[in-house]
Each structure stands twice: as structure tokens, then as C-alpha cells.
Design a protein around this ligand. Structure first.
Ligand SMILES: [Zn+2]
Length: 108
């Protein structure tokens, strides 16, 4: 799936803090494994930054699995780009959790 489409889909999601919709320009794609996408989103209204894991398929609303707020958002608030360590963490996270997510969503 194209990253531009991912951004359009994610722009339909509202900020968990203030309810404002995310702007495509404030959505960064970190990577994906099949339909599971990891994104960095920044709310221009309340200036909260999240890391989001979402299952995104064409023709249906995205299912946000996790987002990181509080301490994690503080950690990333001042970061312009993910560091190599963060990308590596994400890579390991993807590898470790793929099976769990598949089971999680096949139950529905
Ligand atoms: Zn917000």
C-alpha cells in the first residue's frame, strides 16, 4: 500500500487527547509488516506526539492497536526524526509481535 494512502487513512483518525483529526503532513510512516503499520503522528492542535501501531487495509477503517502517550510521548516530543535505535526497536517489535497480532485479529 502506498504511504500517501496510509497518511490519508490515518488522517481520518482523531487525536486521543483533544479529538482533532491528524493532518497528513503530521503523519510519518516508520514501517510496516503486511497490514500492520507503525506510524508517528503529531497533533497540531494539542502538540501531542504518538507512536501508533495500526492494522490498515484498503476499503476499511484502520484499527489502532497501540499508541504511546505520557512518558513515551515526552521522550519523543522533542525528537525530529526517529533514531537508529528507535527504528531497530520497531523492527524487533514487528518481528516479535507479528504472530500475536495475527491471532488477535483472526478472533474477531
Ligand atoms: Zn490533539
Amino acid at each position: 500500500m502506498e504511504e500517501s494512502l496510509i497518511k490519508r487513512v490515518m488522517a481520518s483518525i482523531k487525536c486521543g487527547i483533544c479529538g482533532q483529526r491528524y493532518e497528513p503532513d503530521n503523519i510519518g510512516v516508520l514501517g510496516h509488516q503486511e497490514d500492520l503499520w507503525f506510524l508517528r503522528v503529531f497533533c497540531s492542535a494539542c502538540h501531542t506526539q504518538y507512536l501508533v501501531a495500526a492494522v490498515i487495509r484498503e476499503g476499511r477503517a484502520p484499527e489502532v492497536i497501540t499508541d504511546l502517550t505520557g512518558a513515551e510521548s515526552d521522550k519523543f516530543r522533542n525528537a525530529d526524526m526517529p533514531t537508529a535505535d528507535e527504528v531497530l526497536d520497531m523492527h524487533n517489535f514487528l518481528k516479535a509481535f507479528d504472530g500475536d497480532f495475527s491471532r488477535l485479529f483472526s478472533r474477531k
